[in-house]
Structure formats: C-alpha cells, structure tokens
Design a protein. Structure first.
Lengths: 372, 164, 330
C-alpha cells in the first residue's frame, strides 16, 4: 500500500458509513473524513441500538436480568449468561454442582465455535467471498440444533441459573456433539483452509492490514482475539481461571504479526482449542444434579463485585454493586467490543476505504453488545 | 503476589495503605482515602483503592507505569449519601494477574472529575458513557458528548432519581 | 434491396431475442450455479427448476416505480441504464456466430467491439456521477481507472491475434482458425505460436473478467464497501437494465474470447462446424466466469491496478514482441 497523497484540507469530504451499511453488520455508523479513497479521520458513532440494559438490571431482580444478557452478544449469548451467573454466584455465595459446571463449559465452548464460524462467514462476506458463508452456516446450524435441544432456544439463550443450569444434557446431545466435532475437524482443512485461508487473494487482502501494536491494545483495553493477534498472551480462561477451565488442557493461540491475518488465525485456532475442551469435558463429565441449592430471593451482601469471562470477542466484565437489596444496585457491563472498537479511529487513519472495512471485519464487531 | 506488592508500594506514594479487614470494605459509608487489600475470590479484585478526586490522574499514571490497562469506568449514584461514585477498573493484560478497583466519590449535585484520557485513550469512550448516564463532567476531556444516548438527550438515565 | 431489408429485420429480431434471453437467463444460471457451488438448491419455486424466475423478476422490476431521487442529474440518471444496454446489444451485430450466421461482417469489427465496450463503461461513469451519491461517485471513479488500466493489455493481446491472422474482421479471424484445435490461435502449431498464445489468452481472459466488472474484480459495485456502487440509487428497471447490461457484456466478452482464441464456430476435431460449437464455447466461458465469482473473495482496487500496470501490460508487450519475432523468423 502506498502512502496517501497529501492534499489540502478543504479537499476532503465526509462519508457516512452506516448506520445502514452492508459491512457494519448492524447499526454502527462510522463518520469518515475521506481524501479520495483514503481515510483522514474515522470516528465511530455509537448508540443506534442502545437499550439501556444497565437500567433494566436495576429495575428487576437478579434472576430477571438473565434473559437480557443474551440480547447483548447474540452470537455468544451463553458466555454472557455465564458471566452474569458467575458474578451473582460470587456475590451471593452460591455453590454450583460439578456437572453443571461441565455442562456450562461444553455449551459455552460450542457457542464460541458457532460465534467464530459466523464471524468467519461474515468476514469473508466483507471481503466479497459469498460461498464460505454458506459452508460456515452449514456447520453452525449443527451447533444451533444441538444447543436448541438442551436450552430450548436457538440464538438468545437463557440457559444458566444461579447455582446451575436449567436443563440436563442427554446422551443424544453427547453423541451429537462428538459427531459434530468429527465433522468439523474433517471439513476444516479442505473447506476452510484450502479454499479460504490459503487463498492468495485473501492473504493479500488482510496481511499487513490494520496493524495494532501490543501497546495500543493495552492503552485502549483491547482483549480477546484482537489482543492475542498482537502477541498478548491474555485469555481470561487461563489468566483468571473460572468455572472448571483449569481442569482442561488447552492452548491459547497467540500470533505476533499484529495484522488482520493474525486475528484471523487466532480465531481459526481457537475453534480447534474449543473442540479440545469440549472433548475433554465430555470424557470427564461427572454425574449428579445440574442445579445446586440457591435461595429463591437473592439478597447478596452490600459490596463491590467483579467477575470476568472470556467471550468470543474478548474479556467480558460485570461490575456489580450491591446494597443488600433484592435488585442489583448498579451493574456495569464491560463489553469487549466496546473497547476493541475504540481503537478503530486511531488505526484506520490513512487507510484505504476497502482496507479499513477489512480491518473492521477482523475486529469481529457485534453492535448490540457495544451499545448494550 | 510480587506484582500486588509492587502496585501497593507504587500507590503508597499517593495513598496510605489501610490495615482494615477486607470484610469491612462492604460497609456502606465510604472509608477514608486509602488502599485496601481484598479477596479476589470474594470480590473479584485484589486491591480496593479509594482516592480523592484530584488524585485520579496520578493514580492512573501509576497504573500506566505498572503496566495495567483500563477495563472500564462505571458510575454509581448514591442518592441517599448525596454522592456520585466513579469506579475505575484496572487489570493486567497477561502475565501475573492483578485487578485493581479505584473508586472516587464526588458530590452528587455538581459531579466533576479530571479526565484520564491523557493517560489511557481507552478512557475516552468510557468517560463519555459515564457522562452520558450520570452527568459526571470530566474536566479536560477532548470530546465530552453523548455516546450511547441521542445527542439531544437532556437527561442522565442511570441517576437514581431519574423518572422516564 | 428487398432481401437485405428482410435480412436486417430478421437479424434485429434475432439479436434482440438472443440478448434478451441471455440477459434474463444468465441471471438464472448464475443463481443456480452459485447454489450448486454453495450446496443449496437455488430458485426452484417458479416453474420447473425455477425457470420462470427471470420472468417473475422482470415483471416485478417493470412494475416498480423508477425513483429519481432529489439532487440527481435527472437526464443523465435516466440515460445511464439505457446506455449500459445499447452498446452491449450493438456489439452482437458484428459477432460471427457461425460461417453464415452473423449480422454484419466488418473489416474493423474488432475495433468496433472495443469502442463499444468503452462506451458501455461510460454508462457506469454517468450513472455514478448523476446519482450524486458519494458511494456512487467513488464507484464511478474506480470503474474508469479500472477500465483504463485493463483496456491496454486487452488491446495489446488482441494485436497479437490480429498479427497472426492478418485481419481485424472477426469473421476472417474465425475462418482462419477452422479445421481442428491445432488451428486455433490458442494452440496454433504453425510458426510455433502456441508458445506464446496461451499467455495472450490468460491475459485476455483476466482482462475480460476485469472489463466486465466481475468478481474478484468487481470494484465498481463492491457491495461490502460501496453499498452497491454506481447502482446504489437505482431501483426498478434502471437497476434491471444495469444488470442485463452486465450479463450482455459477459456474453460479448465470451464471444470475443471464443472467436479470437478458440476458433469461433469450429469444432475441435474438424467435424461438423457450426453455431452449436460456438454456443458451447461461450457458455463454457461464461460458466468459468460464474465459477470464479463464487469461489474467490474480492481483491483490492490498488492491487487490481498494480496487476494491470505492473504485470499484465509488461507481459502483453513482451508477448507482442515475441509474437512479432516468431512471425518474422518463420
């Protein structure tokens, strides 16, 4: 990519990318100051799908907020379920049976694969490749069917409860999950890597595009695959283990190239790691109940609580402040893409429009999660 | 735990370390400014730092020097106490794990704080969000406008006395 | 006089029918082809195997209002889609479908085709410009620079063919290649042209993909970047005409490729030459277009231009020299 030609200030124009634009995958608006096809300044404008979930949390009981969590990151809804369950269990001191912990991990990881598959499909769509979308949706459909069996819904799950999960998994789910893993492992090399990852056009499109340094990640608080693509070995599942993750043997893929290709590779490798976790969890799955003892009405002690989980997009934090009442006094959701997107303006400066959109795709944005 | 100690030493320049038992942190009335060690298994963070409003930037500089990143900024409206609390959550990206919660209380009727965008650019959007929801004015913020609510909104919905 | 008038009318109707059928049914073929590649079924509701789908789409597009938004250049905005169709249909007049089927054999038909293709690109420029939409203008600018870049190697490689066959008449070029595939320009044995002509063919094919604005070179309507490019503001039949124009350009491109390199209507083994061979060849080429589109992601505008200016043009020029040398030596 050559350097942008220097033109006078008055030769720029403003291009409103969104709120309805095919590449933003939702209602994100980016106000671009353009110099021809070069971006002089990029300024994301948020809030088009803001629903004030934090106020809703204050208005209801702890349990009443559970369905809301799935409405934020609809692609990795179970991780949001899990994060909310964890922080409330931490505050109220609720124990979770081991089987329920395993089931949580299995379903969350399945959901993570589904989320990465959809990201992959949408990213390729951003780059103008249509066919991979259908291949990825084919596989994702299998996951959604599996999760529908146990959770009862296909996208916006409300599966976790304080003290366990709502429904036990059955043998059909277990065999189905194993079959799915075999199937995805079989399809991965040819349909995903041979057709797309090793495609010269794709490599040229995303290699050395959207370089984010590790220091930039730290200053902007970027986490998840974005940070791991910049050489930062940070995964909440490893660094701040929760649930039963310490019991599994899995790697955190880290790439040091800092470009869109590195983020792409991180996600592709993460799918394999999630499959490893699911296999181990299915092997070790203990018996017992899936719901522990939890009081009907939760009244956690007054205080400050924080809990983080690793969603497909990065670290999701819940900052919960309790005053001893039946409702959360204050809930702050630290959604990963909010921070990941905040570095967009700095990195996209000087990029070509098409490169900036490829870069945006590599950040894996889910707008309802940013706007909350 | 080396990191935890180092952070405590670094913060000791600004704030006294309090030898109060962790459980007392949950008491509703705020303590005196100071650093408190809390149980991460119980509260999720290793250090609970309460600082004065004028120390926010200094604390942020210390955290930056020690290699932390800013996770989020949250506001809390204590209607009965007439205070607005702002919570800064710091965390480490990889390596040894340590979470630091920095709290600061400002009067509720005129909430105002210095900005830390000069230290952490991440604070830009988080401060705008806190302004959006609570009306906390961050002095020196380059672009303190609404972020999630419509630009012509004239209310701060997360204040406890807000009636839609 | 009488017969020639009838002949002209007949060809007019025939070409219109051929163009119309292709414009309508290539859309169907594209959808079916994409569906097969993507493990779907594709259109299947309207008629047998969805064959009535183009009809339904056509009726839908015709019955919609042509919205002319505020702030557009009204005349240009309306003219542009028409301008996209006319050159494509006009091009058909000089294409020799077989030895005896061909509306008009012209001595400079190759030149005419290229001029018409350039006029076709004007439609994109005017449509984008008249829309007054920023995406459309970016798209129009892209289309012009892309077309400019790819016309050069395309013309240069065509010159190699013209040198070999000593004619700029498409009919003559096709006649020159009759009698088996070893006479085709692509595999031509005499003078050892097969040594260089495959390079010409590849360059020509890449250029024709780029000239017709097809993926992976569909910069002008890159929908994930420019929404729909120059077609952003078009609805109803304005959009329909652009789409049909695009398909017709593909047909013309395939016809040109088949005539210049693949022996026109000739059979690979010298048996029963005729229009069927010609149609077989162009539809195989069109299938390749579809195949490529649904396999590859889109490239980048600067890479596209680099490919032309830095690789295709030098190669085509070198190729021209070598071809000239081969003619001189033998």
């Amino acid at each position: 990519m050559s350097r942008p030609i220097q033109l006078r200030q008055d030769e720029t124009f403003v291009l409103n990318l969104g709120p309805q634009h095919p590449a933003t995958h939702g209602v994100l608006r980016v106000k671009l100051t353009m110099d021809g096809e070069y971006i002089v300044k990029a300024e994301p404008v948020l809030g088009y799908i803001h629903r004030m979930h934090e106020k809703m949390a204050e208005g209801g009981s702890f349990a009443q907020f559970m369905p809301n969590t799935a409405r934020m990151d609809y692609l990795h809804a179970l991780a949001f379920n899990h994060g909310w369950a964890l922080v409330v269990e931490k505050a109220a001191g609720i124990e979770v049976p081991e089987r329920a912990e395993y089931i949580r991990v299995i379903t969350v990881e399945l959901n993570r694969i589904a989320s990465h598959l959809l990201w992959w499909a949408a990213f390729l769509l951003d780059l103008g490749g249509f066919t991979p979308l259908l291949y990825a949706f084919d596989d994702r459909e299998k996951i959604i069917d599996l999760l529908e069996r146990v959770t009862g819904s296909r996208l916006t799950y409300c599966y976790m409860r304080f003290g366990g999960v709502y429904n036990d998994i059955d043998d059909e789910f277990i065999t189905g999950t194993r079959e799915f893993i075999t199937r995805l492992r079989g399809r991965m090399p040819r349909l995903y890597h041979d057709l797309v990852t090793h495609n010269i056009i794709l490599i040229k499109r995303i290699k050395d595009i959207g370089i984010i340094s590790a220091e930039q990640c730290r200053r902007y608080g970027a986490t998840g695959p974005v940070a791991r693509g910049s050489g930062i070995d940070y995964d909440v599942r490893k660094n701040e283990p929760y649930s039963v993750y310490p019991e599994f043997d899995f790697d955190v893929p880290v790439f040091h190239e800092c470009d869109s290709m590195a983020r792409y590779m991180v996600r592709m490798h993460e799918m394999e790691q999630s499959m490893r976790i699911i296999e181990q969890a299915l092997d070790k799955l203990p018996g017992g109940p899936v719901m522990g003892k939890a009081p009907k009405v939760l009244k956690p002690e007054a205080g400050y609580y924080y809990s983080a989980v690793e969603t497909a997009r990065g670290s999701l934090g819940h900052r919960l402040v309790c005053d001893g009442g039946k409702n959360p006094y204050k809930l702050k959701l630290r959604s990963p893409t909010f921070s990941n997107l905040s570095l967009y303006g700095e990195v996209a400066e000087g990029m070509l429009l098409a490169d900036a959109l490829a870069f945006m795709g590599s950040l894996d944005l889910v707008i309802p999660e940013i706007d909350r | 735990m080396a990191l935890l100690n180092r952070t405590q030493v670094a913060l000791a320049e600004l704030l006294p370390v309090q030898a109060v038992a962790a459980d007392e942190a949950k008491e509703a009335p705020p303590r005196e400014p100071g650093v408190l060690v809390t149980d991460p298994a119980r509260h999720g963070s290793h250090l609970d730092v309460l600082c004065r409003p004028d120390q926010v930037v200094d604390v942020a500089r210390v955290m930056d020097r020690e290699g932390y990143f800013l996770e989020a900024i949250a506001g809390v409206d204590w209607l009965e106490r007439g205070q607005m609390e702002v919570i800064y959550d710091y965390n480490r990206l990889g390596g040894e794990h340590c979470r630091v919660m920095v709290r600061v209380c400002v009067p509720r009727d005129q909430p105002s704080l210095p900005t830390i965008t000069g230290v952490f650019p991440a604070a830009d959007w988080h401060e705008r969000e806190t302004f959006d929801f609570y009306g906390v004015r961050f002095q020196g913020h380059p672009n303190l406008i609404r972020i999630l609510l419509p630009e012509d909104a004239d209310f701060h919905p997360l204040r406890k006395d807000y009636k839609p | 006089m009488e017969t020639s008038l009838w002949r002209a009318l007949l060809y007019l109707v025939g070409i219109m029918a051929f163009a119309g059928l292709n414009a309508a049914y290539l859309g169907w073929c594209e959808r079916k082809g994409a569906a097969r590649i993507q493990r779907r079924i594709g259109p299947c509701e309207a008629g047998y195997a969805g064959l009535a789908q183009p009809l339904a789409d056509g009726i839908k597009l015709l019955s919609k209002q042509l919205v002319v938004p505020q702030g557009v250049d009204g005349i240009l905005f309306r003219v542009a889609p028409v301008l996209a169709m006319i050159p494509a249909i006009t091009s058909m007049a000089v294409i020799p479908f077989s030895e005896n089927i061909g509306a008009r054999a012209m001595e400079l038909s190759v030149l005419l085709l290229f001029s018409l293709a350039s006029i076709g690109m004007m439609a994109v420029l005017l449509g984008g410009w008249a829309s007054g939409n920023k995406y459309a203008i970016i798209s129009a600018a892209r289309a012009v620079s892309q077309n400019l870049a790819y016309e050069i190697p395309m013309l240069v490689t065509t010159i190699t063919v013209v040198m070999i066959t000593n004619s700029m008449d498409l009919r003559q070029i096709a006649l020159d290649q009759q009698g088996g595939f070893w006479h085709w320009n692509l595999f031509r044995l005499e003078n050892g042209h097969f040594l260089t002509m495959w390079i010409s063919f590849i360059i020509f094919f890449i250029c024709s993909v780029a000239e017709t604005n097809r993926a992976p070179f569909d910069m002008a309507e890159a929908e994930s970047e420019l929404v729909a490019g120059f077609m952003t503001e078009y609805g109803s039949m304005g959009f329909g005409l652009f789409m049909m124009g695009e398909y017709l350009n593909i047909v013309v491109g395939a016809c040109l490729t088949a005539t210049l390199f693949l022996g026109g209507w000739g059979c690979p083994f010298g048996l029963i030459p005729g229009v069927w061979w010609f149609l077989l060849k162009i539809y195989l080429l069109i299938f390749t277009f579809i195949w490529i589109r649904w396999t590859y992601p889109r490239t980048q505008i600067y890479r596209l231009l680099n490919l032309s200016w830095k690789i295709l043009i030098p190669f085509s020029l070198a190729n021209l020299l070598v071809t000239a040398a081969l003619i001189k030596v033998f």
